[in-house]
Design a protein around this ligand. Sequence first.
Ligand code: S3P
Length: 167
Amino acid sequence: MDIYLIGYMGSGKSTIGRLLADKMDRSFVDFDDFIEENEGMSIPKLFKTKGEIYFRKIEMKYLEELLLEKEGGRVIALGGGTPCYGNNMDRLQRAKVKTIYLNVSYKALARRLWDNNNNRPLVATIDTYEALEDYVRKHLFERSYFYNQAEIILKIGSESEEETINK
Ligand code: S3P
């Protein structure tokens, strides 16, 4: 059964996903990379030239493609917004794949995104730390409704990546 990692931007989906795939001897798919390869364009450029609504449409289309593949032996890191649009969380549940929510506090997320937000169009233009933290707090609250529907919810605090993977 494929494992889908979901969670907010900066929650570690790609990093944990890669390590988990290694450990379980599975292949790894980074959904953002998958979209960029298929569209022949980076995500910031897609947002800039085609807009967020276009991005959400193709995000749903590519998720449907992945779910149809039913390969079963993969770890897939979705984009932060993927489960929150176009009934995608229902799609994941209907497909009976394993979903894991990497649940990181808004404060830790804001810190990580502040240190590295250049590739994320939704937060790239927020220019003070306080504004970023406020944005993440509200946005995470809205999105939690979807994230919390995951089959497994992993609360992530200060433990190492290795400990998270073992969990
Ligand atoms: C988004 C998260 C990004 C990427 C896009 C939109 C979001 O993925 O899909 O910038 O809406 O949260 P990461 O969560 O991998 O940064």
